[in-house]
Design a binder for this molecule. Sequence first.
Ligand SMILES: Nc1nc2c(c(=O)[nH]1)N=C([C@H](O)[C@H](O)COP(=O)(O)OP(=O)(O)OP(=O)(O)O)CN2
Ligand code: ZN
Length: 148
Amino acid sequence: MAGSSVTDGAAERLGYITRVQSFSACHRLHSIHLSDEENKRVYGKCNNPNGHGHNYKVEVTVRGKIDAHTGMVMNLTDLKARIEEVIMIPLDHKNLDKDVPYFAKVVSTTENVAVYIWDHMVKLLPPSLLYEIKIHETDKNIVIYRGE
Ligand SMILES: Nc1nc2c(c(=O)[nH]1)N=C([C@H](O)[C@H](O)COP(=O)(O)OP(=O)(O)OP(=O)(O)O)CN2
Ligand SMILES: [Zn+2]
């Protein structure tokens, strides 16, 4: 049909793209807002003073218009670079509580790790592009944060 093309149609379509990144870190669940006894009761084995480790898997999803000219919501190569900056450099092979200043006063639950990643990632992406941070702390424990 004259004046129209597959590419034109895609210009009005929304796409979701996800990049997966794994990182390893150790931590201890311990809240400065609770007594030692309360910490033991609330967090159990995860309050072990010497900590424990995880192989976290993070899924970073962005949502936006599929650009008519590039065919992309955003270049995944650029998303990979942002993930390196926000996740790998500060968190990989780190003790979250001791190496990452943010977690000195914020308990390093996976919910809070997701908030940390969201808050840093959102500053590096175009407005409204970041959609979701999903973290697999273990095969069975999965957290989603969407900036709400
Ligand atoms: N709401 C949250 N609850 C818990 C968190 C968390 O981040 N948010 N984290 C933990 C621990 O850090 C922990 O390491 C969980 O490990 P575990 O219970 O051993 O993990 P699994 O359930 O996958 O292991 P199985 O023992 O094989 O069932 C605890 N709670
Ligand atoms: Zn843990």
